[in-house]
Write a protein that binds this ligand. Structure first.
Ligand code: GAR
Length: 209
């Protein structure tokens, strides 16, 4: 069974989708949830599902390197096969990321490589994009730049605001993230030479859901 550890900072709706997905998939189990925010609602969701939780709160003035060492310690006790970033809103150091190469994934609310970073929905609206979406990718040291595993597109309508567009994207996130976790748990996913592979075949641009 694939031991899945989920890192969150907030609401945890993607965490919920993954918990629900794992309930239907005996090959994966969410063994823990780690948050950097003590009031993240995702921690409540974890408790409802009787999943162990840890909170690693950054100290005032703490260096990123120091925080990431403490985060690594919190993670290690779960002996996870897969680390899933689900709305974990901290930048991770290169050293930290390298320790989990090929077994840490992230979901980002844009059609990467468009709009790495924050405020993706507003940026898509401001650019009058006709489509937007979400991407699941392997995490590499460069922010939001790791190889894309799966993307889902949504339309952008002229009357959209960022809130309604975010909701449309979220719905797709909840479909694609559990699927990627399932692929990983079935040993079908890999990262080789900076490319994501499914059953040995390259993903990425062609990986639209
Ligand atoms: C999701 O939309 C995810 O794509 C985004 O945060 C949201 C978390 O929602 N992640 C990022 O912006 C990462 N840079 P959730 O807590 O309800 O799953």
């Amino acid at each position: 069974c694939c031991r899945v550890l989920v890192l969150i900072s907030g609401n945890g709706s993607n965490l919920q989708a993954i918990i629900d997905g794992c309930d239907d998939n005996l090959q994966a189990e969410v063994v823990g949830v780690v948050s950097n925010k003590p009031d993240a609602y995702g921690l409540v969701r974890a408790h409802h599902s009787e999943i162990d939780t840890s909170c690693v709160i950054a100290h005032q003035g703490e260096t990123r390197a120091n925080y990431d060492v403490r985060l690594k310690q919190a993670i290690d006790k779960y002996q996870a096969d897969l680390i899933v970033l689900a709305g974990f809103m901290r930048i991770l150091s290169d050293e930290f990321v390298q320790q989990f190469e090929g077994r840490m994934i992230n979901i980002h609310p844009s059609l990467l490589p468009k709009y790495p970073g924050l405020n993706t929905h507003q940026r898509a609206i401001d650019n009058s994009d006709s489509e937007h979406g979400a991407s699941v990718h392997f995490v590499t040291p460069e922010l939001d730049a790791g190889p894309v595993i799966l993307q889902a597109k949504v339309p952008v309508y002229p009357e959209d605001d960022a809130t309604i567009l975010a909701e449309r994207v979220h719905e797709q996130e909840h479909a694609i993230y559990p699927l990627v976790v399932k692929w990983f748990s079935q040993n079908r996913l890999a990262m080789k030479n900076g490319i994501a592979l499914l059953d040995g075949n390259p993903l990425g641009e062609a990986g639209y859901a």
